[in-house]
Design a protein around this ligand. Structure first.
Ligand code: ATP
Length: 390
């Protein structure tokens, strides 16, 4: 069977008429970049936000015409909200999110303030009902990012917030295991799926959707598209905060993700070692580049706590992350020791914050959760004057 190419897809889309039957969607510049992998085609069509519902048939027509191409297994087409002509295009000042393209799904459920809702600078559309999306990231793998993300999310929940977690680590999803969730999420209407849940925490992960290793062959654009779908096509409900467990590292994929997800802030996890700190620095530079506020650094595996005596051993160069945070002017959020219970309870899918909620490790995570939230609300206040709709 012949390989499907972008050109064949674009040719097919030239036959789809634009809104009001004027021209076609390709010549009217409404089609995003087209991603093709394994016979599956992904792209979006930008339409004016207020016409999204009415233009649903256009989306369906595009999907049909692409599915009809020989060799195409399926097509996933989404509508994204277009920016109104004349909307401000200036580059954002101190905060804002660089991107002028609104990624909001426009089919029906979008009531989030779009970039045209009176905003002084362009904003990525948020996720309706979700107060803040906060990334947990690390400059490199293996520093305990996922363990910290899960316990931080549960710590925020324990502190009284409504919380969800999105596992954006497509190649090595760990949230299903860390939260002991198996099975597949339910689909409700029109591709919208219900998040899984355990310990009161709503969760979404590629691990729930595809067989293990299936995602390994995916290329960057598919990964981004999958993450944006897990963000926007999931019935998250009302949440104060959605924690995003980012893929480790600071490559192009991470950068694109940091740009595309409407992040309210980022938390960097590092171990105290020099090498990890160099990587953490790269992580910080990445978020600065895309103008996502840095809520702070957590030092993981900061010191060792002996299981029997509770004695503390500073064997990892403890304090490195705090010193680094001070040096570069980023808040320091706290130190998590290396302990047997954190490791064993994570492996068992019963994170310390829920399995031993009054234990010393749980209290440390709750304290960090409190600081992250304080930093977020603080940074929101600092941003407020520039955002009219708030
Ligand atoms: N504070 C801690 N004390 C003890 N063990 C820990 C701690 N933090 C993480 N670990 C353990 O370290 C290992 C790596 O943690 P985790 O999977 O969270 O790292 P990660 O940075 O998300 O890794 P990757 O980026 O490769 O997915 C796990 O076995 C985890 O249980």
């Amino acid at each position: 069977m012949s390989e499907v190419t972008k050109d064949t897809v674009i040719e097919a889309l030239r036959k789809v008429r634009g809104p009001d039957l004027e021209g076609d969607i390709v010549s009217r510049n409404m089609v995003s970049d087209v991603f093709i992998a394994d016979g599956k085609v992904y792209f979006s069509i930008s339409v004016p936000a207020e016409r999204a519902k009415e233009l649903e048939p256009l989306r369906m027509a595009a999907e049909r015409s692409v599915t009809a191409i020989p060799g195409v297994k399926s097509a996933l087409v989404t509508l994204t909200a277009d920016r109104k002509a004349g909307a401000p295009t200036a580059k954002p000042a101190a905060v804002g999110h660089g991107h002028s393209h609104a990624h909001g799904h426009a089919h029906g459920h979008s009531h989030a303030p779009g970039p045209q809702a009176g905003a002084v600078r362009p904003q990525k559309a948020g996720v309706p009902g979700v107060g803040a999306i906060i990334a947990v990231a690390s400059g490199k793998g293996g520093v305990g990012k996922s363990t910290t993300a899960v316990n931080l999310a549960l710590g925020m929940l324990a502190n009284g917030l409504r919380v969800g977690i999105l596992d954006a680590d497509i190649y090595g999803p760990s949230v299903p295991k860390l939260l002991k969730i198996s099975g597949r999420p339910q689909q409700i209407e029109n591709r919208i799926i219900v998040p899984m849940e355990n310990y009161g925490l709503k969760a979404m992960s590629m691990g729930f959707l595809v067989e293990e290793d299936a995602a390994m062959i995916w290329r960057g654009p598919m990964v981004q598209s999958a993450i944006l779908q897990m963000l926007r096509d999931v019935a998250w409900g009302e949440l104060d905060v959605l924690i995003v467990d980012m893929p480790p590292g600071t490559g192009d994929a991470q950068l694109t993700m940091a740009q595309q997800v409407p992040l309210a802030g980022a938390v960097i996890i590092s171990t105290p070692q020099d090498l990890a700190l160099i990587d953490a620095r790269k992580g910080i530079a990445m978020f600065r580049k895309v103008e996502v506020p840095l809520l702070g650094i957590v030092e993981n595996m900061s010191y060792f706590l002996a299981p029997d005596t509770g004695a503390r051993y500073d064997i990892f160069g403890h304090g490195g992350a705090r010193a680094e945070a001070e040096r570069i002017g980023v808040p320091f959020l706290g130190e998590v020791p290396l302990t047997m219970d954190i490791r064993e309870k994570s492996d068992a899918g019963t994170p310390v914050v829920v399995s031993d909620p009054q234990g010393p490790s749980a209290l440390i995570y709750r304290d960090i959760a409190k600081r992250v939230w304080e930093q977020f609300t603080g940074s929101k206040q600092r941003q407020a004057p520039a955002i009219l709709f708030e």
